[in-house]
Design a binder for this molecule. Structure first.
Ligand code: IPE
Ligand code: IPE
Ligand code: MG
Length: 247
């Protein structure tokens, strides 16, 4: 951990938790077992992130495109979220974790929505790490919903087109008030964003690790953070050459 200091630990890390199915397949188990094991990794990752002083951890749990999976798997993933909130909410609250949920809430099962709202309400005043759960989330869907809201405001005369600024758009997205991710990690060796945080990730550093999500350990996490600490972020600008001592 020699490269990690308070100044190099990212404020916001987002993770595309991928590879549960392949983890299970490799063991001759049903995909469900991979998702179950993945929940244990979630617990450990939240703990590690909190210990390191990361302020926001966003986890991609279910995408707006994941509805195209077999009904049994979708149902299992819904059930796992439910169990996670039920079992872990008290612990997370005790650990001062604040929970936010991003994604479309309009077509969620009736037994899931109240749990998500409860998790957010219960932990609203907590001051520790913010755990952002991306559930039924897709960036294009998020942006479409935001654009519709802005268009409605313009149509009803509450907003002028020239008042639609990048800041206004950001404030209309599900992630309103959450800083952009400094680092996006994807597990399982796939190197794509799969519709995750397309607006917010404009200048995020991307790190792809080969480990499948159930195999994502504290060491894997720390190694990714060390790699991030060595990256040079420019945001379109230039970096001044370091002046020699005494010059
Ligand atoms: C990630 O693992 C979990 C979700 C997408 C919900 P996958 O289920 O995508 O696992 P692979 O990619 O098929 O191995
Ligand atoms: C992205 O993984 C979604 C989540 C991790 C929840 P997928 O496994 O759904 O992405 P693709 O289909 O490989 O792009
Ligand atoms: Mg996958």
């Amino acid at each position: 951990m020699q490269n990690l200091t308070a100044t190099t630990v990212p404020q916001h890390v987002a993770i595309i938790m991928d590879g549960n199915g392949r983890w299970a397949n490799a063991r001759g188990l049903p995909r469900t077992m991979g998702h179950r094991k993945g929940v244990e990794t979630v617990r450990a990752a939240v703990k590690t992130a909190g210990e390191l002083g990361i302020r926001y951890l966003t986890l991609f749990a279910f995408s707006s495109e994941n509805w195209s999976r077999p009904a049994a798997e979708v149902s299992d993933l819904m059930g796992l979220l439910k169990t996670f909130i039920r079992r872990d909410l008290a612990d997370l609250h005790r650990e001062n974790v604040r929970i936010r949920v991003i994604g479309d809430r309009s077509n969620l099962r009736g037994d899931i929505l109240p749990l998500l709202v409860e998790a957010e309400e219960t932990t609203r005043a907590n001051t520790g790490i913010t755990l952002v759960i991306a559930f039924n989330y897709g960036a294009r869907d998020e942006m479409t919903r935001a654009m519709r809201r802005l268009a409605a405001d313009v149509a009803e005369g509450r907003l002028r087109p020239e008042d639609i600024t990048p800041e206004r758009i950001a404030a209309t997205l599900d992630t309103s008030g959450i800083p952009d991710p400094d680092l996006i990690i994807r597990t399982s060796g796939e190197e794509r964003l799969s519709n995750f945080l397309l607006w917010q990730g404009a200048y995020s550093e991307l790190i792809f690790v080969p480990e499948l999500w159930p195999d994502f350990t504290r060491e894997t996490f720390l190694a990714a953070l060390e790699k991030y600490a060595c990256r040079e972020r420019r945001f379109g600008g230039v970096t001044e050459p370091t002046l020699a001592v005494g010059s």
